[in-house]
Design a protein around this ligand. Structure first.
Ligand code: CP3
Length: 348
């Protein structure tokens, strides 16, 4: 299917036969690795994103150090609003901040229309360089935020507890909300197509804030846009993964978007979800990331339960239910990866 030395991840995405379950971890290129922190000490976060050599270096670190079966390009979902003209600051401990959030038509007018092949060329350069340096060892995953999750950050300006501002927008000015979501969707579709063109073997859409909506609002403000993006992405056989955190109430809807793989958070039982949609899509997940604070025994037990819950056969990609936390010992991550590689053989 590909000239990759290890294509287990891609075969699992397509529910084709495999010898063991592949594993990677969301946020695997990040602060829990001392090797990442060493690079980060020399450059700020956005400089790292914009320097292909640095992005490629930290993307490959977890392949060498932890042994995961796929690489995910080091970047951020917020490079899109940044390219549209919003000034992005990354605050240590506080996360990303936009000082001039988008709250009304006037603000929205300031947003530039962008062409990802030009305005986000540095990401595509990072893809090409990473592919070259990976040299076929494992597949490379590219990603984007969903339109809804991107809009949330653009309107709130920062992480939020109640999401009051973005909810005011969708309830009081749905016309503007849909206009912005449509504009972001077109960019995301072009961006993911360009990443595939540059060499990504799969793409993942992160809808981190899908779960703050009611089921109806999720369909109206998030799901329909994800579906439209998937229908527009130019690809040959590259799988699309949709990870919508907290959207246990509409897993079937997500499976109907045309996605090949559905990412699950840890609040759902993998076996139950497989019964519901496992004949349509592959499933990715779903170890609670805090289980990696546990002892060797805890980690192995929890990983076993997940493998057992999915059961025999292809179509499962082991992952965490959300990103790995910055204070997890790298040895625990390695232990999980080694264990899943060995233990999963009996299910294939
Ligand atoms: O998975 C990977 O290893 C690839 C890299 C990646 C990053 N961000 C690097 C990063 C990915 C896939 C993302 C996606 C992302 N970014 C999401 C969706 C996934 C999710 O976790 O829900 C979101 C919501 C963001 C926005 C964002 N960027 C936040 C909330 C933060 C701060 C949180 C934190 O961990 O501090 C970032 C910064 C960020 N993105 C870091 C990394 C490694 C930490 C920055 C640093 O080094 O100081």
């Amino acid at each position: 299917m590909t000239n990759l030395q290890n294509d287990l991840f891609l075969r699992a995405c397509k529910r084709q036969p495999i010898e063991r379950t592949p594993i990677w971890m969301m946020r695997q290129a990040g602060r829990y690795l001392p090797e990442y922190r060493a690079v980060r000490e020399k450059a700020d976060f956005l400089t790292m994103c914009k320097t292909p050599e640095l992005a490629a270096e930290v993307t490959i670190q977890p392949i060498d150090l932890i042994g995961v079966d796929a690489a995910i390009l080091f970047s951020d979902i917020l490079v899109i609003p940044e390219a549209m003209g919003m000034t992005l600051e990354m605050h240590e401990g506080k996360g990303p901040v936009f000082h001039r959030p988008i709250r009304n038509e006037e603000d929205a007018k300031e947003l530039k229309s962008i062409d990802p092949t030009v305005d986000l060329k540095y990401v595509l350069d990072a893809v090409s360089l990473t592919k070259k340096e990976l040299n076929g060892r494992v597949p490379l995953i590219g990603f984007s935020g969903s339109p809804w999750t991107l809009l949330t950050y653009m309107v709130e300006g920062r992480g939020s507890k109640n999401f009051a501002e973005v909810k005011k927008l969708i309830y009081n000015n749905p016309v503007l909300a849909h206009k912005l979501l449509g504009k972001i969707s077109d960019i995301v579709a072009d961006y993911l197509s360009a990443k595939i063109e540059a060499g990504c073997n799969a793409v993942q859409v992160f809808d981190t804030w899908g779960g703050i909506l009611t089921p109806d609002d999720f369909n109206e403000f998030s799901l329909q846009y994800i579906q439209s993006i998937i229908s527009k992405i130019k690809r040959t056989n590259e799988p699309v993964i949709v990870f919508a955190k907290g959207v246990h109430y509409n897993i079937e809807g997500i499976a109907g978007t045309g996605a090949d793989v559905i990412g699950l958070d840890w609040t759902m039982d993998l076996g139950e979800v497989r019964k519901l949609i496992g004949n349509k899509v592959a499933l990715q997940g779903n170890l609670d990331p805090t289980k990696l604070y546990g002892s060797e025994e805890v980690i192995k037990n929890e990983a076993s339960k997940i493998l057992q819950s999915y059961g025999k056969g292809s179509g499962h990609i082991f992952n965490l239910g959300h990103g790995i936390l910055p204070d997890v010992p790298p040895a625990n991550a390695k232990l999980l990866v080694d264990f899943v590689k060995e233990e999963s053989k009996k299910y294939h």
